[in-house]
Design a protein around this ligand. Structure first.
Ligand code: ZN
Ligand code: ZN
Ligand code: ZN
Length: 256
């Protein structure tokens, strides 16, 4: 279009200009860089470059969506979904509850570890009545799990969001296992939980590969590949029942 005759006035010549154009939507401003126009040296009209127009259209639609913010709902077991206050990513599963869990994490240890009468202690530790859980996929591969607790769901969501922001800003330089042997760990800088921070400490009895896949009645580990080599008499009872149920369901399905 450079040096072409102006299609508006038919007299001037067009000159390419690269600008920074700002757009306003519902009181918020968005700046689009590298905004290419062709300006007429006679009538002053500016014609927007076709590619710029397409790119800007896409960016503005995204901007509008971000401003309007499609509401996100957290799953609740016994009540209607809770409408989130914070802008959780679209693919982040969220759930919450306002009942069911009454005691703060660790409160049971406090109760059992104390010689004071149970009622008095539980009054101190059972004030938390709501929780909020998020499973964001945008911090580490495979996702992570964040839980916040509070007196209300809104308070629990706020705590979970604050953790999410902190975890997202951290580069997670090193993890510690704390008391876990299954490979999960906690970032030593921000405290984030990562279920694949380490190899499990337990090793498959057949091949020696670190695994936490399954255990026999004596707690001997078997990896996924060698799980079927577990001796019949060492298979835990619940597992046998589960296997039987699955076989029955399969037989029923085949009979139909
Ligand atoms: Zn013109
Ligand atoms: Zn970290
Ligand atoms: Zn194995």
């Amino acid at each position: 279009m450079q040096n072409e005759r102006c299609p508006i006035c038919g007299k001037g010549k067009l000159t390419r200009e690269v600008l920074e154009e700002s757009f306003e939507y519902k009181g918020r401003t968005m700046v689009v860089p590298d905004y290419v126009v062709y300006a007429c040296d006679v009538c002053g009209e500016k014609i927007v470059d076709k590619e710029t127009l397409e790119r800007t259209g896409k960016v503005l639609n995204e901007f509008k969506r971000a401003v309007n913010g499609k509401p996100k709902y957290a799953r609740r077991t016994f009540e209607d979904p809770y409408e989130c206050v914070f802008p959780w990513p679209e693919d982040c599963l969220v759930q919450c509850g306002s009942n069911g869990i009454v005691m703060a994490s660790g409160s049971l240890e406090k109760v059992f570890g104390s010689s004071e009468p149970l009622r008095e202690i539980s009054e101190n530790v059972s004030y938390i009545t709501a929780f909020f859980e998020a499973f964001p996929n945008d911090i580490i591969p495979g996702g992570t799990f964040i839980r916040g607790e509070g007196k209300t769901i809104a308070e629990a969501e706020k705590k979970t969001w604050d953790l999410y922001v902190r975890y997202k800003a951290c580069d997670h330089p090193a993890y510690e296992r704390r008391r876990h042997t299954n490979g999960c760990g906690f970032c030593m800088k921000c405290g984030m939980f990562n279920d694949k921070a380490f190899d499990p400490l337990t090793k498959c009895v057949i091949c020696g590969k670190p695994t936490y896949f399954t255990f026999d009645i004596d707690n001997v580990p078997y990896c996924e590949e060698h799980a079927d080599q577990m001796p019949e008499e060492k298979i835990p009872e619940w597992k046998k029942e589960y296997k039987k149920e699955m076989a029955e369901m399969e037989a029923a399905a085949n009979a139909r």
